[in-house]
Write a protein that binds this ligand. Structure first.
Ligand SMILES: [Fe+2]
Ligand SMILES: [Fe+2]
Length: 144
């Protein structure tokens, strides 16, 4: 994830890295929809969950504390953390579920929540943070 971007030798900002993650996660959700059989859906679904977990950890440990410091909007961060929590509960269950219609149904539920959450980050949180004057390059380096 973030490492690949940094290997290009660019100094990329925090939001570029996070948006890249979002694109990859959304792409895996689309692949899940395109799969014809349950085994392939489970494979793509579990891969999406791995990406999601890595991305969420970076946001929770590095990014959200910076957003809270910059925007002083605790409700926004609490809402974001609650969304992560819901996704984690579903993801834990999904990991142990075999391929099949139960897996597919729960995965669709996960994707709905995550897509809404990503939309909130990209349309509300990121623009506000961008306008706050925080050092995006420095945070980007820490994320990478
Ligand atoms: Fe998030
Ligand atoms: Fe995110």
């Amino acid at each position: 994830m973030a490492m690949r971007t940094m290997e290009l030798g660019e100094r990329v900002g925090a939001l570029d890295i996070l948006r890249d993650d979002h694109d990859r996660i959304r792409d895996l959700f689309r692949q899940f929809d395109d799969m014809e059989d349950d085994q392939s859906r489970k494979m793509v679904g579990d891969q999406a969950i791995e990406e999601l977990e890595a991305h969420s950890a970076v946001e929770e440990n590095i990014f959200y504390p910076e957003v809270l410091r910059a925007l002083e909007d605790s409700a926004l961060i609490t809402e974001a953390r609650a969304s992560h929590h819901m996704a984690k509960i579903l993801a834990q269950e999904l990991k142990w579920l075999p391929a099949g219609e139960h897996y597919n149904a729960k995965f669709k539920l996960l994707t709905k929540g995550v897509i809404d959450h990503i939309k909130m980050e990209e349309s509300v949180m990121f623009p506000q943070f961008e306008g706050s004057g925080a050092d995006l390059q420095d945070i980007g380096l820490r994320i990478a």
